[in-house]
Design a binder for this molecule. Structure first.
Ligand code: AMP
Length: 542
């Protein structure tokens, strides 16, 4: 017997309509590429997005067409997020930080038919355009006054001209909620990037999951700043969850330096912000140097790579900002887990509570996880056994775009490539990427644990721990450190700092000081590059 409830498809257009109707005057504030702050409301967003739908129809965009963007976080990108998906086409967010060859490969693999891009990327698109085989039209996301006088890009269109000329009458179509809504390629440190094709259903369900109290706890009482780019895994779903809850949205544009972020946060009374540790490092360095405080910021979600406990403590103890340590992947739309306490932890001492909060946390309803050994056998949830982390759920990938169907999952579970422990209460802790673990004499050493410890030293700005070849132990930890400006730190002092805090055999065999560490296009430490750089490094213990 089937239930007799309405069966409305979960469509992205419903989020836009909800925000326009129930939060019509809630603001969307953007720092524009052109310079000034732009400000409008959810009602304005909905009106202009209906115009955009007519623009897309006029350009010839068909259902299922891939429409690419090369853009920062801003109101026009937001209109494209909603407009492209809601007409039944597929929003393809390209990551401008990738190498040009990778961008060309991705756009051709996705067979993008249209490309919308920010002013910043005019020179880049001029170089790419001749190689983009399937792109029929290029649209520059700016107004007439900022259009380049002579551009090498063929038949370049002006976004604002197109919007201005379009009618605002448009009825969002209804279709199957499993229709593809958007496409994002993983940064992939090896091999070609892989496309993750989201559906309307997966994105709407994730937006529900993201808003829950034990996830990001978003509400119409919040002013939210996604510093995480809109080209990185749906900007962690915030652009959907804000319209679902009616939170104010503050989009920081291209300026990711501490000063720009801080000033915008203060001016727009941001209560909630989201970003990767490397960006927050810059922000904290800036406010520490200037002796500033956050006056409105209450919570920040940090993920994308492990958030060092030292950073969480600074936010919490010094600035009164609660850090939500989250873990996820492009393949998971991306939210998988967030660390928040349970009722029974209420009476625990703060240090003990923090030990839980430093972990990557509990799964959100809608995602399930398990850890397995190399033979695929489930490992116990005892907080000690660590193994390969597998997930499944409402917003987890089944197959990569254009891959052999059924070639990705293992018995219905997606192998994340992460290594983790899970404790009896379900708190998951990532110890490494599978390929980053250091295998010393057959035993695993967590590079993340060693990095977290190193960064807790007051003279350390950033640290990476990689495996270096050792004739006896096969691999031993090599610590690569970036010092804070104008401080002294020796190898011996660094190693002394580890004493008593880790098992003796985890002690790095050597410390190297460098000016900077390599990062991926999404701000993660690029350990593959470091390993290559130090592949012939001779450890003093070797
Ligand atoms: P991406 O798909 O580019 O977002 O990368 C996903 C990967 O980033 C995960 O598989 C993890 O290896 C890593 N990652 C994301 N969040 C965290 C976190 N909080 N702690 C440690 N690693 C993380």
């Amino acid at each position: 017997m089937l239930g007799l409830m309405q069966n409305q498809p979960l469509l992205i257009s419903s989020l836009l309509e909800h925000a326009a109707r129930h939060h019509a005057d809630t603001e969307v504030v953007s720092r524009t590429i052109e310079g000034p702050i732009h400000r409008y409301t959810y009602a304005d967003l909905a009106r202009r997005t209906r115009k955009l739908a007519n623009v897309l129809a006029g350009l010839g965009v068909q259902t299922g067409d891939r429409v690419a963007t090369l853009a920062w976080n801003g109101f026009r990108h937001l209109e494209l997020y909603y407009g492209i998906s809601s007409t039944g086409a597929v929003l393809h967010t390209l990551n401008p930080r990738l190498f040009q060859d990778q961008l060309v490969w991705i756009a051709n693999h996705a067979e993008d038919s249209y490309l919308f891009f920010d002013l910043t990327f005019v020179p880049l698109v001029e170089t790419l355009a001749p190689q983009l085989k399937s792109v029929k039209k290029f649209v520059l996301m700016t107004d007439r006054a900022h259009m380049p006088a002579d551009s090498k890009i063929p038949d370049l269109q002006c976004y604002e001209d197109l919007i201005e000329a379009a009618s605002e009458d448009y009825e969002w179509p209804q279709f199957d909620e499993n229709t593809a809504s958007s496409l994002c390629y993983t940064s992939g440190t090896t091999g070609n990037p892989k496309g993750v094709l989201y559906s309307h259903r997966s994105n709407v369900l994730e937006a529900y999951g993201a808003a829950l109290p034990d996830t990001l706890n978003l509400s119409a009482f919040d002013s939210v700043m996604p510093v995480v780019p809109m080209f990185h895994a749906n900007s962690w779903c915030l652009v959907y969850a804000c319209l679902l809850t009616g939170a104010k949205l503050v989009l920081p544009g291209k300026d990711m330096d501490g000063k720009s972020l801080y000033e915008l946060m203060q001016a727009e009374q941001v209560t909630f912000a989201a970003g990767v540790p490397t960006i927050w490092l810059l922000l904290l360095q800036y406010i520490e140097k200037e002796g500033l405080r956050f006056t409105t910021l209450k919570r920040t979600v940090i993920g994308g790579s492990a958030c060092p406990p030292a950073m969480m403590r600074t936010f919490q103890d010094k600035y009164g900002v609660t850090v939500l340590h989250a873990w996820g992947m492009t393949e998971m739309s991306p939210l998988g887990s967030v660390s928040t306490l349970k009722y029974k932890h209420k009476t625990w001492a703060p240090e003990k509570q923090n030990e839980l909060l430093y972990k990557q946390g509990r799964t959100i309803y809608g995602v399930d996880m398990k850890i397995v050994d190399d033979a695929g056998k489930s490992l116990p949830w005892d907080g000690r056994a660590f193994g390969n982390l597998l997930v499944k759920g409402y917003w987890v990938l089944r197959d990569y775009y254009k891959s052999e169907p059924g070639s990705t999952l293992q018995g219905g579970w997606f192998p994340t490539g992460d290594v983790a422990t899970i404790d009896a209460d379900g708190y998951m802790n990532i110890t490494d990427r599978t390929k980053d673990v250091i295998k010393s004499g057959g035993e695993w050493i967590s590079s993340i644990d060693l990095e977290n410890l190193a960064i807790a030293h007051p003279a350390v700005a950033e640290a990476a721990c990689i495996a270096a070849h050792h004739p006896k132990w096969d691999e031993r930890p090599l610590l690569v450190v970036v010092k804070k400006p104008n401080v002294d730190l020796t190898r011996e002092e660094m190693l002394k700092f580890f004493e008593g805090k880790i098992a003796k055999w985890w002690m790095p065999d050597d410390v190297i000081f460098v000016d900077e560490l390599p990062h991926t296009a999404t701000g993660k430490l690029q350990k593959l590059k470091l390993r290559e750089k130090f592949k012939d490094y001779k450890l003093p213990t070797a």
